[in-house]
Ligand binder design. Structure first.
Ligand code: TTP
Ligand code: MG
Length: 348
């Protein structure tokens, strides 16, 4: 069984832990500074604010129109990342295999469990996160990753849902195809164009037509619609890093030449990072000198980033410290502490 956990109104809930007086008020977390909040976008808001129709992704100006009295806080990503790390630590503490999917979501393989055992595991996790970190979350448990996420979504907020093998077709029946993980606006539109709107339509569709239109994902969609989601935990990105190294045609002390090579390597690293929808939180550089000794230096960032400028400027600075007037044979740039971004929804 897969347990899917998604924190409720996450950034807002983090703020509520340090400003409990805001719990009862409509609270919006946005990208603009307090002075220029109108220029930003709503990242999230608590459920009091949602009652006024305020939503993630909405321009803050629009949120202020919906409720001029809302409480506005500027996003403090560093704090939310720290809270996220504490949540993941708690989730990992039970000994199951865990995949941290985004800043506020994780999937956990809880093994072979019946309804009662699954719900007990979910309840314990929910209660401990609430008790130890003061944060609410919603948990969905089902036979695969996609179903578990769907059960989680439909149990929000502060919920605990379960759909076993017997319940799944009933659970899926009236749901829209867009509720399936990985079905974005474009895929949904294409499916609708084929006359497939509900998951029950998808279950009756011709698998060959689905494969023609969506390739391997089409086959997967067909299985999902027919109760056969066996999606498990995907290997962690957390341990991965992305790096490039290159040797100069002849040993050099030329700073401009070193910088040009760094820029090239940084570009290749960032292209791979972006291509895989990842971001990084650490940068390291390596220098091999003409006497074949090698040294490395690294720096951790406060926040995740996918910026080329950050990787290049940090690497250039570290490399100056390493070069130190010595003749260099080979250099390398690496982004580490790499993890998967949350879809395309990240807006800062
Ligand atoms: P979500 O889990 O999508 O939203 P949420 O946790 O705020 O609310 P819910 O109870 O519905 O789960 O996203 C997690 C965090 O990611 C969210 O708190 C803020 C951030 N985020 C953005 O920065 N931009 C966005 O467009 C969205 C959707 C989220
Ligand atoms: Mg959430």
């Amino acid at each position: 069984m897969i347990l899917f956990i998604d924190m409720d109104h996450f950034f807002a809930a983090c703020e509520e832990t340090r400003h409990p007086e805001l719990k009862a008020k409509p609270l919006v977390i946005g990208t603009g500074t307090i002075a220029k909040k109108e220029k930003g976008v709503v990242q999230t808001c608590n459920y009091v604010a949602r009652k006024f129709g305020i939503r993630s992704g909405m321009p803050t100006v629009q949120a202020l129109k919906l409720n001029p009295k809302l409480v506005y806080l500027e996003s403090d990503e560093q704090f939310y990342t720290q809270m996220s790390e504490l949540v993941m630590k708690e989730v990992r503490s039970y000994g199951y295999r865990v995949e941290a999917i985004s800043i506020d979501e994780a999937a956990v393989d809880i093994g072979n469990k019946d309804r009662e055992e699954s719900l007990a595991a979910g309840k314990m996790m929910k209660e401990n996160i609430r008790k130890r970190l003061g944060l609410p979350c919603t948990i969905g448990i089902s036979t695969g990753r996609t179903y578990a996420k769907m059960v989680c979504d439909s149990s929000k907020p502060d919920g605990l849902g379960f759909a076993g093998r017997e319940d799944i077709s009933e659970f899926l029946k009236d749901k829209d195809v867009s509720k399936i993980l990985g079905v974005g606006a474009k895929t949904a539109e294409k499916l609708n164009g084929l006359g497939i709107c509900k998951i029950s339509d998808l279950a009756k569709a011709d698998p060959n037509v689905l494969a023609e239109n969506f390739g391997a994902f089409g086959r997967e969609l067909y299985l999902i619609a027919n109760g056969r989601d066996e999606g498990g935990i995907v290997e962690e990105y957390a341990v991965l890093s992305v790096g490039r190294e290159r040797t100069f045609d002849r040993d050099t002390k030329d700073q401009a030449k070193i910088d040009r090579m760094l820029a090239e390597l940084a570009k290749e690293v960032i292209d791979e990072i972006k291509g895989k929808n990842l971001w990084y939180k650490g940068i390291s550089v390596k220098a091999r000198y003409s006497d074949f000794t090698t040294r490395t230096k690294d720096r951790r960032l406060n926040n995740y980033s996918d910026s080329y400028d950050t990787i290049y400027s940090t690497a250039a600075k570290l490399m100056r410290e390493l070069a130190d007037g010595k003749s260099i044979r080979k250099i390398g740039v690496r982004a580490f502490d790499v993890s998967e971004k949350k879809g395309q929804r990240r807006i800062f």
